[in-house]
Ligand binder design. Structure first.
Ligand SMILES: [Zn+2]
Ligand SMILES: [Zn+2]
Length: 261
């Protein structure tokens, strides 16, 4: 099954993108997308993310505070995430992680928040969605201390090295690739796609960001995950069907609470 393992459906309703979720889901269905995981980024959008998963059977939700948002309010508590995770539509904790791209002002907070999310994932027996950018060693160190290998998680929109991908896989994590794999200047990332075993790989849009070629510059949406799967297949020298089947099966193995009609 073709699955968008990471998108932000509620963002598509912003005036900047101007879409209705109903239309987005219709286009996704027409493109063969059987399921999608819509991901929370802050306390403000968690209720919307859960509401979409309640309303639409082909949508699952995650709950968490993005590293870029963890300076916006009090540090998230394990109990807060644990309570949110009691909703049966919530299949993962996150997105969380470390993003040092925009500076280190909130680095200490990001690290604390990341550890809280990983411990909450363990307590709630759910996988964790990890966002990591320019913070390789700290990400791996915190994962090795706090991640629960029984439930693992995913390195989403992965853009780091082969070594980091393999280290995460060692901790029972999956690696998810976005439309960046279609970008002209992404040869290094395409080498990572080649190196990640097919049974550890997911595909995502991260919509509304990062639309794949030939849709670059437009708002991204889950329908375009078909293009990501095709690109991954081309890079690995496989048929699109085999990537769709394997990544869908991987999603089911990781997000065991997702109801995949
Ligand atoms: Zn992210
Ligand atoms: Zn995201």
């Amino acid at each position: 099954m073709l699955i968008d393992s990471h998108c932000h459906l509620d963002y598509l309703e912003d005036p900047r993108h101007g879409m209705s979720v109903g239309d987005v889901l219709a286009r996704a269905r027409d493109a063969g997308v059987g399921h999608m995981l819509t991901v929370a980024v802050d306390r403000g959008n968690i209720p919307k993310v859960i509401a979409h998963a309640r309303q639409y059977p082909q949508v699952s939700a995650s709950v968490g505070i993005h590293p870029g948002a963890c300076g916006d309010g009090p540090l998230v508590q394990e109990s807060e995430l644990f309570l949110l995770a009691a909703d049966p539509n919530v299949v993962a904790i996150g997105e969380t992680g470390l993003d040092y791209h925009y500076g280190l002002e909130h680095a200490e907070l990001q690290r604390s928040s990341f550890a809280v999310h990983l411990r909450a994932g363990s307590a709630a027996e759910l996988p964790v969605i990890v966002h990591t950018r320019e913070a390789v060693q700290d990400t791996l160190d915190i994962m090795s201390t706090h991640a629960d290998p029984r439930f693992g998680g995913v390195m989403h929109c992965f853009t780091e090295s082969i070594e980091m991908a393999l280290a995460a896989i060692e901790m029972n994590f999956f690696v998810s690739f976005s439309g960046i794999v279609t970008f002209r200047n992404a040869d290094a990332l395409r080498s990572v796609v080649k190196a990640v075993p097919l049974d550890r790989l997911l595909v995502e849009t991260d919509a509304p960001y990062l639309a794949p070629v030939p849709f670059r510059g437009r708002s991204n949406e889950p329908a375009f995950v078909a293009r990501v799967a095709e690109a991954v297949a081309e890079i690995k020298g496989l048929s699109p069907e085999s990537v769709i089947e394997a990544s869908g099966a991987n999603f089911a193995r990781l997000f065991t609470r997702a109801r995949l009609g």
